[in-house]
Design a protein around this ligand. Sequence first.
Ligand code: 13P
Length: 255
Amino acid sequence: MRSILIAGNWKMNMGPKETADFFAQLDDSAQKNIEGVDAAVCPPFVSLSAAFSARKSGSAVKIGAQNVHFEDNGAYTGEISTSMLNELGCDFVILGHSERREYFGEDDAIINKKVKKALAAGVTPIVCVGEVLAERKENRHFDVVKEQTAGSLAGLSADELKKIVIAYEPVWAIGTGETASPEQAQEMHAFIRKELAAQFGEEAAATVRILYGGSMKPGNADELLKQPDVDGGLIGGASLKPSDFSQLVAIAAAQ
Ligand code: 13P
């Protein structure tokens, strides 16, 4: 019922030329319309135009941004608005990534404003949550993720919840090569869905896609995607290589 989403978060990698090269090298099989699978890449802002130009006509790969501001326009040096993303045609925007929380001081209240703004603009937010290693070791991971989820999604209606995507990204698994086990991922995804059901109702909670992120790659994607509450992946490193990204889409298609 929930289609799988394979979304690449390119982070601060891939300028316009590398972005064009990526699309030129991307397998046609990863770009065709696959029933039950969505594929997307989220390049840096300066490479978004190049991505839209380089994407083959008829390609099903969607394009998203990695951040957006919560105001419409004005004196916010260095920021990008939802109307700018709309003008390009962005489908998604990643919000609340742990790197933005850690290095740029974003908290749940800021992320909540951005989520609401993105929803109002018709850009699908991919809202990231996840605990750091110390929190897992202290067995606080469920509390942390519960608080982040509730804070980031505060004030949304059940209909709005249905329009968002959540990404569970344990920070200790990001860029480390260490992945949450399929059981750890499933346990947390089911927990998030249960919390969403309590807040927004069963139907909305059953609709929302929950992606896993943290060293997902062709070698471990299959067992993660087999988990009933894992509805896709938010992929960093492996999404930079056209061959790995194509393989991930193929693994999703085989589920
Ligand atoms: P890696 O896949 O490189 O671990 O990054 C995960 C991530 O942060 C995606 O948003």
